[in-house]
Design a protein around this ligand. Sequence first.
Ligand code: AMP
Ligand code: MG
Length: 399
Amino acid sequence: MAPDVARTRMLAAATPLQGAEAMPLVQASGRTLAEDVTALRTQPPFAASAMDGYAVRAADLTSLMPLHVIGEAKAGHPFGGTVGPMEAVRIFTGAPVPDGADAILIQENAQGVGAGVITPTQTEQAGRFVRPAGLDFCTGDCLLKAGTVLDAWHIGLAASMGHGLLSVRSRPRVAILSTGDELAMPGSALREGQIVSSNAFALAAFVESRGGVADDRGIVPDDADTTRRAIANAAEGCDLIVTSGGASVGDHDFVQAALVANGFSISFWKIAVRPGKPLMFGVRGSTLCLGLPGNPVSSMICAILFLEPLLRKLLGQPNPDTDRSEGALLGRALPANDLREEYMRASLGRDDAGNLVATPFSSQDSSIQRLMASADALLIRPAHAPAAEAGTPCRIIRL
Ligand code: AMP
Ligand code: MG
């Protein structure tokens, strides 16, 4: 099955979680809005000066005759009176523009700054350097949409709109299972034939950074009963199970059978992608299971291609399958590709003309984490792509 077909099928089987929680602004960063957010106030609430200078009546400037300074307005300290003919009020950025005034004469265009009388050296149009009330937004404006992933500027806007709490989507709970007799925890003494289990740490970080809550359920030995029980336990109280390893057709691959024994229906298994062929997706009611390959690089690339859009869907973010790829030029010649879409670890640079150039590493072994960690991007080789010379346009996904 082609990866995009598999992804479409997976996303169709997932529905956004309905839970939401009220989150103080200081804790809302990275969370997904559960509801549209409407302004509770108008910004700015009054016509405000955009510059330091004098609040004036623009019509009074045409003669360039002296104006009497009748008071002062600072940010937070409005001038209470009204500006009459041939009068001015000393004003500073952010202060309300006093009644009667309709423009700001910036101090650079006034002679006698600081004195009781100033002389304009230039005329101005009405409205010049005045920020009208509601320039940014007005009460009732809907400015943030449900599904927005809250970044700093969204949170600042929400604060200005008068909100102290935002309704955000509950985080999907993701149980992570690492299968393999050969696996040992980092820091433990390795017996002959053992390796450190690294996938769970990478996957937990991936889940947490993309809005989920990771629940590491530890190492599951290659044994049918144990795997079945581990899946049964993990399925309680989580929205998504992510397994690593044990998804191939080897005599010691038990994940698929364990899912079936626990009532999951297997939506797909094996996709035409490299690395990561043994990818599996199963569904039992609202509980989902994504079975990732065991090779560390394969599991990461499948997380990028499948786990990330799945989390986006569960979080109610718009267009979970949005194409993040961008154009670049090939940094070296590549042979023709076979029927599997390939994601090659690559470095990025610029050629003399400033074009983005993606150069795939010479080794693409899916066990080599060092190269994954030093890659700038994944270079996408479509299935059946013909041989390509250096300089050929290609698509990449930045890491
Ligand atoms: P599998 O998909 O179970 O056949 O595993 C493929 C390869 O990935 C094997 O070399 C495993 O030792 C390795 N592997 C499996 N699980 C992990 C893990 N959690 N951390 C690191 N490597 C793993
Ligand atoms: Mg294994």
